[in-house]
Ligand binder design. Sequence first.
Ligand code: UD1
Length: 348
Amino acid sequence: MRVLITGGAGFIGSHIVDLLLAAGEEVRVLDALLPDAHRRQPEIDDRAHLLIGDVRDADQVRAALAGVDAVCHQAAMVGMGVDLTDLPAYVSHNDLGTAVLLAEMARAGTPRLVLASSMVVYGEGAYRCAVDGPVRPARRLEADLAAGLFEPRCPACRRPLEPCPVTEDAPLDPRSVYAATKLAQENLSAAWAAASGGSVIALRYHNAYGPRMPKNTPYAGVASIFRSALERGESPAVFEDGGQLRDFVHVTDIARANGLALKWPDAEPGRLNAFNIGSGRAHTIGDMADALARAHGGPEPTTTGRYRPGDVRHVFASSARAGETLGYHAAVTFDKGMVDFAGAPLRS
Ligand code: UD1
C-alpha cells in the first residue's frame, strides 16, 4: 500500500510514518515544516519519501498524490492558539488545506481518507442527571468559575451531574476556533465522500501524549505543558481544582489506530465513519500531573484554582466502537505511559 501522510514530520504523523514503514508500506510525507511546530529540522526515516510542501498548494498536493492508495491527513494547526488573531491561520491551514487536498483527491481518484479529528468536536463530554437522565449541561458561567464552582449542573434541576464516556453519536458542539476547524474538516470530508464515493475514517483523538510531543507552545496540550514545566524545574500548574476528567492516549496507540483505519476492509464508500480514539480510561488532570511529577522526580504540582473560560470540564472516550469495528485496543497503560513520557525527549 502506498500512503501519503500529510503532517508526517509532526508529533502524531511521525509515529504513523514509523509504524507504516515497520509494516513494510510505502510512505510518502507532505509536510510544510511550519516554524511553530518545527524550530529545528525534524529527523525523518530515510525510507519515507519527504516532500516539503503545503497542503494548501494544489500543485504540491497533486504531485504528492500520484499513485497513492490512501491519504492519512495529519497536517493541522492544533491547540488553543494565542488569541483570536490566529483565527484566519487556523481556518487557512486546517479547512482550506483540507479543501485543496479533497479536490485533488477527487481529481486523482484517491479512494480513502483517514482524517485526524479530535474529541474537541464534542465540546463538553456526556453527562447524566440522577433525576433527569442524560442531559447536555449549559455552558459554565464565568461567575461560577470565579467562585470555584467548576462542575456543570443539570439544566433542568441544577443538581450536579455524573460525567459519562462520550460516544460517537453525541451532539457536536465545538467550543474553540480549533474545534470549529476540526468539525469543518469532518464535514468537508463527508461531502467529498458522498460526491466521490470515497470513504473517510475520522479518528477523534482524545488527549495525545508521548515522545516527540512539541515543547510548551500556545498550541500544545496539557501533557506537554506539564512535562515542559517539570523539565524547567517548575511545578505543573493545575487549573480549576484538578478534577477535570480526560482520556490520555499514548501516541503509539493513536498511530496503531491510523494503521487499522487505513486497512479497514469494511469502510463504507460514500460516507464518513467516526471513531473515538482513547485509552478507554479517564484520569483527572490532577492525577496526571501527580503521576508525571512523581515519575520525573518532582517538583510537585500546584493546584491553582485558575481557569480558562473556554475549557470544558470533563470529556473522555468510549472507544468501544473502534474496538468492535477496527479491532483497536490501546496497548499503553496510563502508569507506564506517564513514566516513559517523564523521561522521553520533547521536540523543540
Ligand atoms: C486538548 C487540546 C486539543 C486536542 C485535544 C485532543 C486544546 C486547547 N487542547 O483539548 O488540541 O485536540 O486535547 O487531544 O484544544 N490545564 C491545566 N494546566 C495547564 C493547561 C491546561 O490544568 O497549564 C487543564 C485545562 O484547564 C483542561 C485540561 O488541562 O481542563 C486539558 O487542557 P488541554 O490539553 O489544553 O485541552 P483539551 O480541552 O483537553
